[in-house]
Design a protein around this ligand. Structure first.
Ligand code: ADP
Length: 484
């Protein structure tokens, strides 16, 4: 079966209350590398989602009482199974999403690292005692799971975006209902199979797959049992779902779009900066919310840096993610290719000079890696999240102007800067209005670090010692009469 060793991981039905649900209709999942159908998946909608939420409610009440050490052990079993089935999980991911197999393996390991991290954090949910305001009073703080969590995640990281939410939720004592993107449901279903094998109680972890996202989303944001909603996706959809959550005053975590600046100062190590840029720009064919979108280069090193970028881009290998040596796979759909092409055309009309170097296969949704020379912060490619392998190089003159330009965006997720000047590193890092700043590095996300944005990029943090807080309520106990 498509080269999958363990056929039990190839699942095409929603996982609800420990069961695989039969559906009345089906939808097709296809391989973006060649457009060919990959699987017929059974549709779930509002009714099945309601069933999942109600099962999660029953499971959560029992799960909250399970000692943290036992919750931790179960999460570690899930983690171990992910590593054991790394090759199959990576292959399923590449087949449905398109990214090169090496990147897919990286995503599975990255997702699993959050499961391990939160298995370890589960046993460290500490409370507080606070000096009381009068002799008779004692003030205690405890932390409790928020309850049932609904989540909606996108197609660009079909494994990790969902796992990164489920792991802290389950560690905290919550139950979880996931809705992955209909373009890429298979990775989430494979992980559900592993949750079943790990021995998760029925209903604790559910995956609902279907094409009617608004109907499923309505239940996940508005069912009375849902206490918390966690979303990763576009800002437009995030705003709509946030508004839906407002009605029931649900807690939310929102990981939305970005428009990352990547700033190269004249004192930077230019070779290191190019290396970092290649990863920060081209990972997942440019389809990540932390991809560098606007590359600002100080004018005195602009030409030298541009030459190095041209040489690095010329060597990129574009193709089917399953083929050895592929560095850049297809985009998710033809619509995505058309959108990127339109941004490039508009930026050219605005004065940028586009250069496309690598060759791409004729079949499949490919867009060739493209450098936009002499771009500006006002151009279409800089005003929009490109979500494709296009790299606008924008010259700048001084620190103050580049900080102002970098902050001139509704988004505030990730920013990158290259400089060897320690004073500048601190000044600029502090001045950038972003949730995450990478200094002399092209990869900033890992389980130990708090991932998340500010402004229209959302709120809440995933990973790190802060990540559990998104799934915990603080309760204060006021003890009176303690002096009698
Ligand atoms: P993208 O443009 O990257 O697909 P979206 O924000 O549209 O980003 O999609 C992210 C996730 O949100 C996907 O799982 C998608 O199915 C879901 N989604 C899109 N629109 C809605 C909606 N109106 N209600 C609920 N979920 C939605």
């Amino acid at each position: 079966m498509k080269g999958i060793q363990d056929s039990g991981l190839w699942r095409t039905r929603s996982f609800v209350d420990g069961q695989w649900l039969a559906g009345t209709a089906r939808f097709t999942v296809s391989n973006p590398a060649n457009g060919e159908p990959l699987a017929e998946v059974e549709e779930a909608g509002a009714a099945e989602t309601t069933q999942a939420v109600e099962a999660a409610d029953r499971a959560q009440r029992a799960w909250a009482k399970v000692p943290a050490a036992q919750r931790s052990t179960l999460l570690m079993s899930w983690h171990d199974l992910m590593l054991e089935h790394l090759d199959d999980l990576a292959r399923i991911l590449t087949l449905e999403q398109g990214k090169p197999l090496a990147e897919a393996r990286g995503e599975i390991l990255y997702g699993a690292s959050y499961v391990k991290w939160f298995a370890e954090e589960a046993v460290r949910v500490y409370g507080d005692t606070i000096p009381g305001p009068s002799p008779d009073k004692r003030v205690l703080v405890i932390k409790q799971p928020v309850g049932v969590v609904g989540s909606i995640t996108p197609w660009n990281f079909p494994n990790a975006m969902m796992v990164r939410k489920a792991a802290p939720a389950l560690a905290a004592g919550c139950a979880f209902v996931a809705k992955p993107a209909a373009e890429t449901p298979l990775s989430a279903l494979a992980v559900a199979e592993l949750a079943k094998r790990a021995g998760f109680p029925n209903g604790l972890f559910n995956v609902v797959v279907g094409t009617d996202a608004p109907a499923i989303g309505q239940v996940l944001t508005q069912h009375p049992v849902i206490r918390k909603f966690s979303f990763t996706g576009s800002t437009a959809t995030g705003k709509r779902l946030l508004a839906q959550c407002a009605e029931g005053v649900k807690r939310t975590s929102m990981e939305l779009g970005g428009n990352a600046p990547f700033i190269v100062f004249e004192d930077a190590d230019l070779d290191e900066a190019v290396k970092g840029l290649m990863v920060a720009k081209f990972r997942n064919a440019g389809q990540t919310c932390v991809c560098s979108n606007r590359i600002f280069v100080q004018r005195s090193v602009y030409e030298a840096f541009a030459d190095k970028v041209r040489a690095a881009v010329a060597n990129l290998v574009v193709g089917d993610g399953l083929e050895e040596g592929t560095q850049i796979g297809p985009l998710v759909s033809q619509a995505a290719v058309d959108k990127v092409a339109a941004l490039v055309a508009e930026s050219e009309a605005q004065g940028a000079k586009a250069e496309t170097v690598a060759r791409v296969p004729e079949q499949g949704h490919y867009y060739p890696p493209t450098v936009l020379y002499h771009a500006s912060n006002a151009m279409a490619a800089a005003r929009n999240e490109i979500f494709g392998p296009v790299l606008p190089l924008i010259p700048f003159d001084d620190e103050a102007s580049v900080v102002a330009e970098a902050n001139d965006s509704e988004f505030g997720l990730a920013a990158y800067l290259y400089s060897r000047d320690i004073g500048r590193v601190f000044r600029v890092s502090e001045a950038l209005e972003y949730g995450m700043v990478a200094v002399n590095d092209g990869i900033l996300s890992n389980a130990a670090a708090p991932f998340g944005g500010i402004k229209a990029s959302g709120h809440g943090r995933e990973g790190s010692k802060y990540g559990l807080d998104d799934y915990l309520d603080i309760k204060y106990l006021c003890l009176g009469g303690m002096d009698r």
